[in-house]
Design a protein around this ligand. Structure first.
Ligand SMILES: O=C1O[C@H](COP(=O)(O)O)[C@@H](O)[C@H](O)[C@H]1O
Length: 237
């Protein structure tokens, strides 16, 4: 079912699910199918996922999917500048909720490095990401301010991170009002994904999406950069 009465651009599709559980299940099936297709076509698959609070149920459904996990590399769209054992760590979230059971065979390419500064950690992550290869599946989330990954409106590096010519794969980013600073993949790398999905829960995020669709200032709402490209949105109330 289409998402409420949203008028989506032709390259964007929208699927409305009845509940968070249904969204998690449907998303897990879509991602697993795309990873299987990638393994069939080129022998391996790269999955990039987002952090935050909402992906937990999706991770737990995805790890139960029949898949040759030993051929899958998992990485992150963004990370908090905290060690993996910290409760805010996106890598920690992936390790606890996705890389369990058979899915523990997947390779994890995390963004966090124990560097003396956020800038140095971003440089180390950027170098490590040279090994990532093509992204087969990217799963994005979105904040109520229209940020996605850690591409926050008004972050000092935002213009560079969104520019098509940005050579860095990862940059330091600032989340306004949030104490933990971030590392984010930049737009050229994120936009190279073969399949991009956006998972959204709740009326507030639907209202943010409507705002994003109504304007074109990408710096004000970085999610707009992805609404100009092929994108599959999965939403539930
Ligand atoms: O800060 C972040 O927020 C968005 C949305 O998170 P959610 O828990 O509200 O779904 C997330 O996609 C991003 O990775 C994260 O760093």
């Amino acid at each position: 079912m289409a998402i409420c009465n949203l008028d989506l651009p032709t390259q964007v599709t929208g699927l409305s699910l009845g509940s968070p559980e249904q969204l998690a299940g449907e998303l897990a099936i879509t991602v697993a199918n795309a990873l299987r297709d990638a393994i069939d076509s080129h022998g391996s698959a790269v999955l990039v996922v987002s952090g935050g609070r909402s992906p937990v149920a999706f991770f737990e459904r995805l790890r139960g999917q029949e898949l040759d996990w030993s051929k899958v590399t998992v990485s992150l769209a963004d990370e908090r500048f905290v060690p993996v054992g910290h409760p805010d760590s996106n890598e920690g979230l992936v390790r606890r909720h996705l890389l369990q059971g058979p899915a523990a065979k997947a390779r994890l390419l995390g963004l966090y490095h124990a560097a003396p500064s956020l800038e140095e950690a971003a440089r180390l992550a950027d170098a490590a990401l040279a090994e990532l290869g093509r992204i087969d599946v990217l799963v994005l989330g979105m904040g109520e301010d229209g940020h996605t990954a850690s591409l926050f409106p008004a972050s000092p590096n935002l213009e560079l991170a969104l520019s098509p010519g940005c050579r860095q794969r990862c940059l330091p980013m600032q989340a306004p009002g949030v104490p933990r600073q971030r590392l984010s993949l930049t737009l050229p790398l994120l936009a190279s994904a073969h399949l991009t999905l956006l998972a959204l829960q709740g009326q507030a995020k639907l209202a943010t999406l409507e705002d994003a669709l109504a304007g074109d200032d990408v710096a004000a709402m970085p999610i707009r950069a992805f609404l100009r490209r092929p994108l599959e949105i999965h939403w539930c109330p």
